[in-house]
Design a protein around this ligand. Structure first.
Ligand SMILES: *[C@@H]1O[C@H](CO)[C@@H](O)[C@H](O)[C@H]1NC(C)=O
Length: 515
């Protein structure tokens, strides 16, 4: 009996160690395109690329960042174009002008579409694209890469959660689905539903039909006159892998072709470098605060008044602070350690790290939940305010606004998060939900990628809704027909009733006819 139990346990453990997927039928060739991306997008993509490469597939990646993988099955092609180098953008400046980030996109994405296919390495890759079994494309800002997917099965990978759902035929109802920017309290009021609906429509029309895609289309058409329109190519996607999970956002209806692989880059902790480990354990029972604004908002772009507020606030706290900061800092208190690069997941996983001060980027949020660390969110732009409100509303910590920041607010928020156990408990509950999955999100991503290849684009996944026009989808023609039918019915009934009443009450009209 005991031996049998042991055997089952060992079998389960070995299966877990080897992964639950059966070995692939052969080594596939996979092309991954993220010619426009940030470092955080790359983290998500490297997770997929390495998981596929570990299965024996050959992965080629078109990237804009320096090469970083040492995996023998991953070959990186850097296009080396200077457009959209994020180091040049100051996120705090962008916060001041809401149009700033869109202007930057209008300035940089069309030139990228113009220049990319002139780079010899990209041209060569484009010419041999038919060798690949599947193409994977970054869902955000990468329409210029769609010529690659023509007549090939392709998968969209959305690092920012649910995106381009309507392209697959799943128009999410704005009565309860938050748009990219807003996250109104639910259930939404009539006014909020109005704003949410309007913003979803305006943003989609602005991007796809007005400001951005038409400009990219012009550059692409000049080089590939025979190619179908970019938005038609996009509609042919087989699958979308979404960096979201219903346990850490809102639960919404998804198609079989929309697979949630949120937090797939999260992994168990590795041991910390000796110096960091002893700094963290040396903080004693008071614990450690970890402070990082992610890879795009660099520390030295932070306006000096905020920098000073933090330094003064940290001076008043009994905790130690680890601050990811690029550049030199003067007057750093003894309890603060500054570093350019830090192993974030391993720090968050440490028991003595009590709170994470974050810009609220999606990957940071996921890592904090996965590794059970409460948060103080200070969103800068994009979807970060939405993530910040999620932190507050789910009781995972606090949410502060840069413009309202004071020393007291920082100290009080941090002290509350550290001293009240409810925050840690809430994160722990959410973390348990996130980790409780049939197979890991990474394996799920691998399974569905191979599935699309095995079934040559897997047309069985497609929703018939994707083929409909707006008139058909909203059933405007059917509604019109229904109205007409009602009108006909109404007039017919009126006639009949009139005729009957004439018969009964004997009005002159019918008699005259008889005569
Ligand atoms: C659409 O995708 C299928 C496979 O997924 C592919 O065979 C076909 O050529 C694609 N069509 C276009 C126009 O790219």
């Amino acid at each position: 009996m005991k031996v049998a139990t042991l055997c089952v346990l060992v079998a389960a453990l070995t299966r877990g160690a080897l992964g639950v997927l059966s070995p692939p039928e052969r080594s596939y060739k996979i092309l991954i395109l993220l010619p426009v991306s940030t470092r955080s997008h790359r983290i998500v993509f490297m997770t997929i690329a390495e998981a596929l490469a570990d299965r024996g597939h050959k992965v080629v990646m078109l990237i804009n960042q320096p090469k970083s993988s040492t995996h023998p099955n991953i070959h990186e092609v850097a296009h080396g174009l200077p457009h959209r180098q994020h180091e040049k953008f100051n996120m705090f400046d962008m916060r001041k002008s809401s149009g700033g980030s869109t202007n930057a996109l209008v300035r940089t994405l069309p030139p990228m579409a113009r220049d990319m296919y002139q780079v010899p390495e990209v041209k060569e890759l484009y010419e041999r694209r038919k060798e690949f079994d599947v193409v994977m494309v970054d869902a955000l800002f990468n329409e210029a890469a769609y010529p690659f997917v023509h007549e090939l099965p392709f998968i969209l990978v959305s690092t920012s959660g649910i995106a381009k759902s309507d392209v697959l035929g799943n128009v999410l109802n704005p009565a309860y689905t938050p748009s990219f920017m807003f996250d109104f309290p639910s259930p939404m009021s009539a006014w909020h539903r109005f704003l949410n609906t309007l913003s979803s429509i305006v943003m989609s029309v602005y991007w796809r039909h007005w400001a951005i895609v038409p400009l990219i289309q012009k550059e692409i058409s000049a080089q590939f006159p025979e190619l179908p329109p970019l938005l038609d190519l996009e509609r042919n996607m087989s699958l979308a892998l979404l960096n979201s999970h219903f346990t850490i956002s809102k639960s919404v209806p998804l198609l079989p072709s929309q697979v949630e692989v949120g937090a797939m880059h999260c992994r168990p902790a590795n041991p910390l470098p000796q110096e960091l480990e002893s700094w963290i354990t040396g903080a004693g029972a008071e614990g450690v605060i970890y402070f990082s604004l992610g890879s795009v908002a660099r520390g030295n772009s932070m306006p000096v008044q905020y920098r000073n507020l933090f330094l003064q606030a940290f001076r008043r706290l009994p905790q130690r602070v680890i601050w990811k900061y690029e550049g030199e800092l003067e007057d750093v208190p003894d309890n603060v350690m500054i570093s350019k690069w830090l192993p974030q997941q391993d720090i968050l996983a440490h028991d003595n790290v009590k709170v994470f001060i974050t810009h609220g980027g999606l990957l940071s949020l996921q890592e904090s939940i996965y590794h059970v660390t409460p948060l103080l969110a200070l969103p800068i732009f994009g979807d970060q305010p939405k993530n910040g409100r999620f932190v507050r509303d789910s009781g995972l910590g606090h949410f502060l606004v840069w413009e309202e920041l004071t020393e007291d607010l920082i100290v009080n928020a941090l002290t509350d998060i550290i001293s009240d156990p409810k925050y840690k408990e809430n994160v722990m509950k959410m973390s348990a939900g996130l980790r409780d999955q049939l197979i890991s999100p990474k394996e799920l991503a691998v399974f569905w990628t191979e599935y699309v290849i095995r079934h040559r684009g897997a047309p069985q996944l497609r929703s018939p809704a994707a083929q409909l026009s707006w008139v058909e989808f909203l059933m405007l023609d059917v509604l019109l027909l229904l109205h007409l039918a009602l009108l006909v019915l109404y007039f017919t009934l009126r006639r009949v009733l009139r005729a009957i009443s004439a018969k009964i009450f004997g009005s002159g009209g019918s008699k005259k006819k008889k005569d």
